[in-house]
Design a protein around this ligand. Structure first.
Ligand code: FE2
Length: 276
């Protein structure tokens, strides 16, 4: 089951969809992108944490009435500054994974130094949670040595599909690809906000395929590890593997060949890289 772990889908609570109709349109795009399950992750500082389960359940009913088969889970995107202001029960409401392997989505800051990220990750581990580091490629100050240290302590990287496709600029794209090539455990998520900033896991997977990332790693990052992490904790990102070079063609490969828009996206990416 293809699962999105970072996705702004709740209407009217943050900078995601403005109303139910836009949430429906965005959910429909996720389904068209091949996704079956979305964790709704609003910016935590903008919401009432205790209300999120109810808000998510209401949207689930709205989607069901609209005929959209998308499973929703309640979650949230923590900024480093949020962590100290949340009590343990609030962190539990936002967390995923089984007892003993609970984890939270913590975004790497888009501005400022990496010290706040490290301090927040340290506090979350101290309070019993592993850390999924959101879009480190979009955080200029977050360095590879720091990310390696975080991974050594159990963290996993969540790269934005929109960075891989180049929607956040050349710097974010190159950093995303270099992080993939380090071999550090990672997953892709769309961090979608609206139909104007849509889900694009399929397009990003095609780009990774086009630049030569092993098919099994791509399929793990898009199709296998995210759902496994919800069930089993972040360690699943280290063990989920798709078929390797001799394991047969993955669904991603089939989808890429079958979808002209995705093949076009990958070609545009390659052309940009050549300076075309
Ligand atoms: Fe986000």
């Amino acid at each position: 089951m293809r699962t999105e772990l970072h996705f702004h889908l709740l209407p009217g609570v943050d900078d995601g969809p403005v109303d139910d109709q836009e949430a429906i349109d965005l959910a429909r795009l996720a389904v068209e992108d091949g996704t079956s399950c979305v964790v709704a992750t609003p910016h935590v500082r903008l919401v009432e944490v205790e209300a999120l389960d109810g808000v998510t359940a209401r949207l689930q009913a709205v989607l069901r009435d609209a005929g959209i088969g998308l499973e929703l889970h309640s979650g949230g995107e923590l900024a480093p500054d949020d962590v100290g202001s949340l009590d343990q029960s609030q962190l539990e409401l936002l967390a995923h994974g089984p007892p003993g392997a609970r984890w939270l989505l913590l975004e790497a800051p888009l501005v400022g130094g990496e010290g706040t990220l490290q301090a927040a990750a340290r506090e979350l581990r101290h309070r019993g949670f592993d850390v999924l580091i959101g879009h480190p490629e979009r955080s200029p100050a977050t360095s590879l040595p720091t990310l390696r240290l975080e991974v050594e302590q159990g963290a996993v990287l969540q790269l934005n599909a929109s960075s891989v496709t180049g929607d956040h600029g050349m710097q974010a794209r190159e950093k995303a690809l270099s992080l993939v090539r380090t071999g550090l455990p990672f997953v892709l998520a769309s961090d979608a906000h609206s139909p104007a900033r849509p889900p694009q896991l399929t397009a990003a997977a095609a780009v990774l395929d086009a630049v030569g990332i092993e098919d099994g790693r791509v399929r793990a990052a898009v199709d296998l590890a995210p759902g496994a992490m919800l069930r089993d904790g972040l360690s699943a990102a280290r063990t989920a593997r798709g078929p390797g070079p001799h394991g047969g063609r993955s669904r991603l490969g089939q989808r890429e060949r079958a979808t002209p828009a995705v093949a076009r996206s990958a070609q545009i990416f390659l052309d940009r890289g050549r300076g075309a």
